[in-house]
Write a protein that binds this ligand. Structure first.
Ligand SMILES: Nc1ncnc2c1ncn2[C@@H]1O[C@H](COP(=O)(O)OP(=O)(O)O)[C@@H](O)[C@H]1O
Ligand SMILES: O=COP(=O)(O)O
Ligand SMILES: [Mg+2]
Length: 558
C-alpha cells in the first residue's frame, strides 16, 4: 500500500491566513507580529493582560519508551487537538520547535505526521522564525566574550580547565564534540580544550523556555554560570557583562510562534529542548497562551514518560505552577514488539507473542503516570498502517484485562476524525479528581533526589555517583544550589542508563558521571551513562533525501 508522504499531504492543504487563526482563537490583533501569511509571533504581554481570564484544562501527551523513529507524541498531540475540536471543544496545541539535528539525522522533522500535522511544515522543520539561530548566536556570543576575557588578561582569574560553557550549533556534528581552539599564536587566542553542544541542549534554550518576560530572561541569563576561577568561585554571564547583549539577540525569540494544524486548529510552537539531554518541554509562555486561548490545551514532553513527562512535572510544572488534568500515553505496536525483542528490521511483521512480551514497558509507564505522578491517564494506541487487526486488538484486550484505560487513535490516517474517541476519553478524564504530585521534594539533597528518580520512576535499585559527581554535588550544595530540581540526561531507549536494556528492566543502578548547574534555568543537569549533548549523524542521514526545485518547492522532508 502506498501513502502520500507527510510533505505531500501538507503541501496539498490550503491553510487559513494566520490572522484568521489568531482571531478564531481570540488573540487580539495588537499582540500579533506576522511572519508572512501563515506564521506569527504573539507578544507575551498578552498573558499579563489576560491574567484574570480562567485557564483551560492542561493535557500532557507522553509515550512509552520509543524506537529510534519515535512513536507519535507530536502526531497524537496534533490529532487530539483536532479531535477535541471535532467534538465541539475549544482546543489549542502547544509543541516544541524541531531541531535541525534530527531533521537531517535519523528521526526527521517534528511537525507531526500524516493527517495530523502542523503547517507550514517545511518552515517549522527548517528555519521557522529564526528562534534557534538567535539562541545559537546568543550562546556563541557568550563563548566569544568568555574567551576574549581570558585573552585580554583574565582579570577574573578564570581557570581554562574549569570552563563549563560550550559553543553551540543546531546540527548533529560529532566532529565538534571535543575540539582544541585558540591555536595560532599569542594574538590568536588562548589554546584550550573546547567543544560544541547541539543548540537545543544549550542552557539558553532552557532559559528561553522558562522565562516569563524580557526582564526575567535577562535575570536568568545573568545568573548562568559559565566557568569557575582557579580558587573554585563561579563565573557568571553577569561577571562578563554579557546578559544585555544576549537578551537583545533573544528579544523576538522570546515570543511564542503561532501556526495551525491541517484542520486549522491553533498551534503554539516555541522552544525545543530534547528530553534526553535537556528538559524536553516547549516554553511556559506558549503553554500559558494555549491555556488562555483554549478550554483544552494539549502539550507534549519529549521521549517517554520516564524522561519528558518526569521533567515536565518536576521542572516545568513545579516552576510555573502548572497542574495537568490528564495524560495521554502513546503506545505503538511497533514499539511494543521492539521491547518484546523484535529487531528494527522486522517490526512490520505481525508478531503477537513479541507484542505481549513488550507490554511490561507500557504497564510500567502507566503505573508511573497514575501512581507516581498521580494523574488520570489513557493509553492511545497510535495505529500504524503496518499494524494488523490482530495486533491492535491484542493491545486493547490486554490493556482492558489489566484495567488500563485505552483508546485507539487513528489520527495519522484520519486527522481529527480519527481522534474523536481519544478526545471523548480525555474530556472525561479531565473531570476526574487527580492526585498530582512531584516525584521528589526539591529541598532533599541532590543525591537523594537522584536516587528517588531512579527508584520511583526508573524502578532501578538506586543511583551511583562517580567520585567526580560526588565532588560536584558537594560543590553545588556549598554554592547554594542543592535545592534545585534535577534534569536527568539519560538515554531515551531504556528506563535504565543502558540503551540495550529494553522493556521494564530490574536490578540495575543508574550512574551519574557529571553534575552541572544551569543556574539561569534553575536546575541541575545530571549526565548519566554515555549520554552526549552533541549527537552524530547516522550512516544514511535523512538530509540525503531532501531537495528543493526551481520553484522553491522542498521535497524529502518528513
Ligand atoms: N500512526 C502513524 N502511522 C505512520 N507513521 C506515523 C504514525 N504516527 C507517527 N508517525 C510518524 O512517526 C514519526 C514519529 O512521529 P512523532 O509524532 O514525531 O513522534 P514523537 O513526537 O513521539 O517523536 C514521524 O515521522 C511521524 O510522521
Ligand atoms: O526530545 C524528544 O522529543 P520527541 O520524543 O518528540 O522526539
Ligand atoms: Mg515529537
Amino acid at each position: 500500500m502506498s501513502f502520500k508522504s507527510d510533505i505531500e499531504i501538507a503541501q496539498e492543504t490550503t491553510p487559513l491566513k494566520i490572522t484568521e487563526v489568531a482571531k478564531n482563537c481570540g488573540v487580539d490583533e495588537k499582540y500579533i507580529e506576522q511572519y508572512g501569511n501563515y506564521k506569527a509571533k504573539i507578544d507575551y504581554r498578552m498573558l499579563k493582560d489576560l491574567k484574570d481570564q480562567p485557564d483551560g484544562k492542561l493535557i500532557l501527551v507522553t509515550a512509552i519508551t520509543p524506537t529510534p523513529a519515535g512513536e507519535g507524541k507530536t502526531t497524537t498531540s496534533v490529532g487530539l487537538a483536532d479531535g477535541l475540536r471535532k467534538i465541539g471543544k475549544k482546543a489549542v496545541v502547544a509543541l516544541r520547535e524541531p531541531s535541525l539535528g534530527p531533521v537531517f539525522g535519523v528521526k526527521g522533522g517534528a511537525a507531526g505526521g500524516g493527517y495530523a500535522q502542523v503547517v507550514p511544515m517545511e518552515d517549522i522543520n527548517l528555519h521557522f522564525t529564526g528562534d534557534f539561530h538567535a539562541i545559537g548566536a546568543a550562546n556563541n556570543l557568550m563563548a566569544a566574550m568568555l574567551d576574549n576575557h581570558i585573552q585580554q588578561g583574565n582579570a577574573l582569574g578564570i581557570d581554562v580547565k574549569q570552563i563549563t560553557w560550550k559553543r553551540a550549533v543546531d546540527m548533529n556534528d560529532r566532529q565538534l564534540r571535543h575540539i582544541v581552539d585558540g591555536l595560532g599564536g599569542k594574538a590568536q587566542g588562548v589554546p584550550r580544550e573546547d567543544g560544541f553542544e547541539i543548540t537545543v541542549a544549550s542552557e539558553i534554550m532552557a532559559v528561553l523556555c522558562l522565562a516569563s518576560d524580557i526582564n526575567d530572561l535577562k535575570a536568568r541569563l545573568a545568573r548562568m554560570i559559565v566557568a569557575y576561577t582557579y580558587d573554585g568561585k563561579p563565573v557568571t554571564a553577569h561577571d562578563l557583562k554579557a546578559e544585555g547583549a544576549m537578551a537583545a539577540l533573544l528579544k523576538d525569540a522570546l515570543k511564542p510562534n503561532l501556526v495551525q494544524t491541517l484542520e486549522h486548529t491553533p498551534a503554539f510552537i516555541h522552544g525545543g529542548p530534547f528530553a534526553n539531554i535537556a528538559h524536553g518541554c516547549n516554553s511556559v509562555t506558549a503553554t500559558r497562551m494555549a491555556l488562555k486561548m483554549g478550554d483544552y490545551a494539549v502539550t507534549e514532553a519529549g521521549f517517554a514518560a520516564d524522561l519528558g513527562a518526569e521533567k515536565f512535572i518536576d521542572i516545568k510544572c513545579r516552576m510555573a505552577g502548572l497542574h495537568p488534568s490528564a495524560v495521554v500515553i502513546v503506545a505503538t505496536v511497533r514499539a511494543l514488539k521492539y521491547h518484546g525483542g523484535v529487531a528494527k528490521a522486522d517490526l512490520n511483521n505481525e508478531n503477537l507473542e513479541a507484542l505481549e512480551k513488550g507490554l511490561p514497558n507500557l504497564l510500567q509507564h502507566v503505573d508511573n503516570v497514575k501512581n507516581v505522578y498521580g494523574l488520570p491517564c489513557v493509553v492511545a494506541i497510535n495505529a500504524f498502517p503496518t499494524d494488523t487487526k490482530a495486533e491492535l486488538d491484542l493491545v486493547e484486550k490486554k490493556c482492558n484485562e489489566l484495567g488500563v484505560n485505552v483508546a485507539l487513535s487513528e489520527v495519522w490516517a484520519k486527522g481529527g476524525e480519527g481522534g474523536k474517541a481519544l478526545a471523548e476519553e480525555v474530556v472525561r478524564l479531565c473531570e476526574q479528581p487527580n492526585n498530582f504530585q512531584f516525584v521528589y521534594d526539591a529541598d532533599a539533597s541532590i543525591e537523594q533526589k537522584l536516587d528517588t528518580i531512579v527508584k520511583k520512576v526508573y524502578h532501578g535499585d538506586g543511583v551511583v555517583l562517580t567520585a567526580n559527581a560526588k565532588k560536584q554535588a558537594q560543590q553545588l550544595t556549598d554554592l547554594g544550589f542543592g535545592n534545585l530540581p534535577i534534569c536527568m540526561a539519560k538515554t531515551q531507549y531504556s528506563f535504565s542508563d543502558d540503551a540495550a536494556l529494553l522493556g521494564a528492566p530490574k536490578g540495575f543502578t543508574v550512574t551519574v558521571r557529571n553534575l552541572k548547574v544551569s543556574a539561569g534555568a534553575g536546575f541541575i543537569v545530571a549526565l548519566t551513562g554515555d549520554i552526549m549533548t552533541m549527537p552524530g549523524l547516522p550512516k544514511v542521514p535523512s538530509a540525503e533525501k531532501i531537495d528543493v526545485d526551481e520553484n522553491g518547492k522542498i521535497s524529502g522532508l518528513f
